[in-house]
Design a protein around this ligand. Structure first.
Ligand SMILES: Cc1ncc(COP(=O)(O)O)c(C=O)c1O
Length: 405
């Protein structure tokens, strides 16, 4: 079992107190996570000891940097059960999804199926593809419990469907979508599948090959790693369907004044100098999570979520969204207090007890519109959160409700 108190010792920011002596209660992990010492050290070490470019020089230090960079790719690929040649380094999930949106060849009338619960990062690129190439968008709705209405998927699939692109875990409802079932349906009909794993890879065991998707996107900063690094998994066999969206140095084979050929995957998708420190930091984050064990991470967050759902449902005027059964949800709890603005609630939680939560539409405005809401307050957990913090959150929330009554 994961010991959060032991984990907390590894996160320097958790020992920093506010000027009034209150420690940080960080419950905005769906936005980004805190970083452990080992990740910070790995980045500092790169800059202090071997900060040279990769895949270029013949000198010893350049070989060393390239070896560590490619070893990082290998460790990250293993973490999601794929081979290093299938793992493209990108900036973040948003960039990964855009690389697929603009890398595929579209014909007018092609159809893309997505869902009403997507983060804007997995919606706006498809709207752009629609407007530019005449592609049609179709949406899977949700049930009253906040689950994907998967029974309706077969009505949406047609001969024109090229791609299904959906989130593995909703960043608002916490819903875990049945991506393996969807992959089976997609495969049967020759449809490509992109999984937005921004909220799943950090929190639940994810094996991209077992899911059976063609593309999978995630961000390093949400999984204890640095900002500016993320990954796009491209299943071997579909890489030639993707043309490189950005071109230039290092992604080429031969170049003449007239034309260029591409290098092999994954470098073909990584033009220019990559985020070397970011890749190294993300590999250190993956090592940290692997040492904890992703099954332990998942079950510990389940405990926190279950406890939060129980405690919050006892507070008057609070409505909680998303599935009640933790088997179908991850450590994200969005809620509202009747007649209170989510931003006021978040501001007071911060002011009273240094509690960081998110308020607003969390880059998922269409989902809020679908639910008839103008916003929510969102609590999201990670490995360093404790049951005591949940108690402080709920006690403070009661105080906030009293103050604003
Ligand atoms: C489900 C989901 N998809 C995509 C993103 C975008 O991630 P990034 O901002 O790292 O590109 C997020 C970020 O919150 C997310 O929650």
């Amino acid at each position: 079992m994961l010991d959060p108190y032991r984990v907390r010792e590894d996160f320097p920011i958790l020992s920093v107190k506010r000027s009034d002596g209150k420690p940080l209660i960080y419950l905005d992990n769906a936005a980004t996570s805190l970083k452990p010492r080992s990740v910070i050290d790995s980045i500092v070490e790169y800059y202090e000891k071997y900060t040279v470019n990769v895949h270029r020089g013949v000198y010893r230090l350049s070989h060393e940097a390239t070896r560590i960079y490619e070893d990082s790719r290998e460790r990250i690929a293993k973490f999601i059960g794929v081979s290093p040649s299938e793992l493209v380094f990108v900036k973040n999930t948003t960039e990964a999804i855009n690389l697929v949106a603009y890398g595929l060849d579209w014909s007018p009338g092609d159809e893309v199926i997505t869902t009403v619960m997507e983060h804007h990062s997995n919606l706006v690129p498809w709207q752009m593809v629609r407007d530019r190439y005449g592609v049609k968008l179709r949406f899977i709705d949700i049930t009253s419990e906040g689950l994907l209405d998967i029974g309706k998927l077969s009505d949406l699939v047609s001969e024109k469907t090229r791609l299904i692109s959906l989130t593995h875990v909703s960043n608002v409802l916490g819903t875990i979508n049945p991506v393996e079932d969807i992959a089976r349906i997609a495969r049967r009909s020759g449809i490509l599948l992109l999984v937005d794993a921004a909220q799943s890879v950090p929190h639940i065991p994810v094996d991209a090959r077992r899911i059976g998707c063609d593309f999978l996107a995630f961000s390093g900063h949400k999984m204890l790693g640095p900002t500016g690094i993320g990954c796009l998994y491209v299943r071997r066999g579909v890489e030639d369907l993707l043309k490189p969206v950005f071109t230039g140095g290092e992604m080429v084979g031969r170049v003449s004044l007239d034309r260029a050929t591409w290098s092999d995957m994954p470098l073909r998708m990584e033009p220019g100098t990559p985020n070397i420190a970011g890749a190294i930091g993300l590999a250190a984050a993956v090592d940290y999570l692997s040492n904890l064990g992703m099954d332990n991470v998942r079950s510990y967050e389940d405990r926190l979520t279950d406890y939060t759902l129980k405690r919050m449902s006892e507070i008057d005027r609070v409505s909680i969204y998303g599935p009640r059964d933790v088997r179908y949800r991850s450590g994200i709890v969005a809620f509202n207090v009747e007649r209170l603005d989510p931003h006021d609630v978040a501001l007071l939680l911060d002011e009273l007890e240094n509690i960081a939560v998110r308020s607003g539409v969390h880059c998922a405005e269409p989902l809020h519109t679908r639910l008839g809401l103008s916003g929510t307050v969102r609590v999201s957990f990670y490995v360093y959160n404790t049951l005591e913090e949940v108690d402080i959150l709920c006690d403070t929330l009661e105080k906030v409700i009293e103050m604003l009554a």
